[in-house]
Design a protein around this ligand. Sequence first.
Ligand SMILES: Cc1cc2nc3c(=O)[nH]c(=O)nc-3n(C[C@H](O)[C@H](O)[C@H](O)COP(=O)(O)O)c2cc1C
Length: 156
Amino acid sequence: MKTLCLYYSRTNLTKSAMEELAKILDADLMEYTDGKDRKGFWGYIGACIDSMKKTLPKVTIQGSPDFGSYDRVLIGMPVWVEGPSIVGRALIKQYGQALPGDVYYVVTHMAENDYLKKIKAMDSLLGRPSKGQVSLRTKDNDYLGEIRAFGNELMR
Ligand SMILES: Cc1cc2nc3c(=O)[nH]c(=O)nc-3n(C[C@H](O)[C@H](O)[C@H](O)COP(=O)(O)O)c2cc1C
């Protein structure tokens, strides 16, 4: 099974999780972005402001993958302001139809909140049910251990 791992990451936590996953699944790993520099304090404030807007940004995937050559895609993103990041949601909305067969969401967050319901709700942007979802708390938690376990499950 040929797998594509896509990620958006502001502080590299989602990136680390997706790197682990790509290693386990022997997958191609590519970054997607809305092109905005969101580093530091002002980047954080900008991300909060953009999260309040109704319109989603336009995203690009670095490496321009040929979706047709993959059997499944795993999409990594952080939580921003109590829901999956606008950049991740934009990717799903923009590319949903074109994404290959099985789609999984990998969402990281700081709080102990359970974001699974909001994560699953992204299926309305995808236009079909996602195959799986994982919600990872990155603060004070072995989230890399959790993502390895998730990856090993997918290998079965
Ligand atoms: C603008 C912004 C809003 C955030 N809102 C939340 C939130 O509502 N709940 C939460 O648990 N974490 C929140 N976080 C924390 C991130 O989801 C968390 O640190 C994530 O693992 C960061 O991933 P990254 O390093 O890949 O960007 C927020 C982070 C940012 C930048």
